[in-house]
Design a protein around this ligand. Structure first.
Ligand code: ATP
Ligand code: MG
Length: 207
């Protein structure tokens, strides 16, 4: 397999997919959401295809697509499917693969196996996406502890939101984690604008 990077986050709905789209475009890579739950909403793969201008052959289909918008372990039970971690092995691709988890690091895939356990099995460089808003210091530091206690290699932290210098510096100092950059909230969110802002704000994440 070629290079792969995992994008996880401190919570659901914080901007992992938007960041992953920016990263996939910057790396001229491919994208994989291993488990997608909530099929009535926009699927993350479609959002990334749009925001990174990706042709279909650069989106790896999810291993599991589950109907209910809730934690994968429960969404799978509702669909009467059992998530087999063995099926969640990153596929071989001929370009960098950006892999997006669901929700936060301790989200269950089954009743006994969490996303963080999967990340530990993969041992791939992992980026934690975190908000800059109030509450993020606690969520970020807890997430880093959960990743590190399992031996997951943390590449760094990517912030999303308005600038909050002290918060970002505090997380990076106490969490002993490199700050990769910050994606501001973009009023007009489209592929061109995202690529421009991503390039300006995540200079170390270019190939
Ligand atoms: N930098 C940004 N600028 C503007 N809007 C953003 C930005 N980041 C995220 N959003 C918006 O916030 C919402 C949630 O973002 P996103 O889907 O990326 O979250 P997520 O962490 O991937 O969620 P999930 O856990 O469901 O996968 C979306 O409507 C998205 O368009
Ligand atoms: Mg997402």
């Amino acid at each position: 397999m070629t290079d792969a990077i995992v994008v996880t986050g401190t919570d659901t709905g914080i901007g992992k997919t938007v960041f992953a789209a920016g990263l996939t475009a910057a790396l001229n890579g491919a994208y994989w959401k291993p488990v997608q739950s909530g099929l009535d909403d926009d699927e993350d793969s479609d959002t990334v295809a749009c925001l990174a201008h990706l042709p279909p052959d650069r989106i790896v289909p999810p291993a599991y697509r589950l109907r209910t918008p809730c934690s994968p372990h429960r969404a799978a039970e509702i669909d009467q499917v059992e998530i087999d971690p063995a099926r969640l092995t990153p596929p071989a691709t001929d370009r960098p693969l950006v892999i997006e988890g669901a929700g936060g690091v301790l989200v269950p895939l089954t009743r006994t196996f969490l996303y963080a356990d999967l990340f530990a099995r993969w041992a791939l460089p992992t980026i934690l996406v975190a908000r800059t808003a109030l509450g993020t210091i606690n969520h970020s530091l807890l997430s880093l502890e959960a990743l590190r206690s399992r031996g997951v290699p943390v590449l760094g932290i990517a912030f999303v939101g308005e600038a909050n210098d002290d918060t970002e510096a505090t997380i990076c100092a106490i969490g002993r984690v490199p700050r990769l950059g910050r994606l501001p909230i973009l009023e007009a969110l489209d592929a061109e604008r995202l690529a421009q802002v991503f390039a300006a704000n995540f200079k170390d994440l270019r190939p």
